[in-house]
Structure formats: C-alpha cells, structure tokens
Design a protein around this ligand. Structure first.
Ligand code: FES
Length: 109
C-alpha cells in the first residue's frame, strides 16, 4: 500500500474569508480558492475545470457547493464532484484544518 505524503501549509487566517465567500491565495506554489461556509472552511484549486475562471469569485452555496461565475457549473466543495453542467471534470479539493485562527491546507508533498 502506498501512502501519499502531505504537508500542511498555512493558507490564510479565518478572518480573511468572510462567511459564504471565497478568496484566492497562493499556497505552496498552488493557486487555491479557500471558501467559508458557515464557519467551515474548504480548499480547492482555483481554476474551474471547465475554463479559465477563478472559483474564488464564484457563488458559495449553503450546501457546500460553489457555482462558477463563467458558465454556472456547480461543484461540491467536499468532494470536488460536478453537481451541474456544463463542467464534466471534477475540481481538485484539498483537506483543510483550522488551528486557532490559521487555515491550513494539506497539499501533496
Ligand atoms: S469556466 Fe467555469 S463553468 Fe465554464
């Protein structure tokens, strides 16, 4: 069995991302979108799988989904799965943990 090595890297403060919004951050060489859904934080690659749109600018929905502003594809922030077309390819999501006011993202080493 192989185990993927992961490094936890600070992305931002909990205060940096207002509730029901997303923000873009450069984290460990990745451009990530960090989302706040009612105090629960999520991370994904920022670029939509359907095109060159920033998911951090998307509409964050209470069912832990984000809707891309370009063509309204919806993705699960928990799994990255496509919830509504026109996207057909999932987005990459990353594990998040909050320590104090630090939002940490687990990135493949
Ligand atoms: S670029 Fe996101 S839905 Fe088209």
């Amino acid at each position: 069995m192989t185990e993927t090595l992961m490094t936890w890297t600070r992305a931002c403060s909990t205060d940096d991302v207002p509730d029901s919004e997303g923000r873009r951050f450069e984290v460990g060489g990745h451009t990530l979108a960090i989302f706040n859904v009612d105090g629960e934080f999520f991370a994904s690659d920022d670029t939509c799988s359907h095109g060159e749109s920033s998911l951090s600018e998307g509409y964050v929905e209470p069912d832990c989904a984000v809707e891309c502003i370009a063509h309204m594809a919806r993705f699960s922030l928990r799994t990255g799965a496509v919830l509504a077309p026109p996207a057909t390819v999932p987005i990459k999501v990353h594990p998040v943990r909050v320590e104090g006011t630090d939002v940490l993202v687990g990135l493949d080493a």
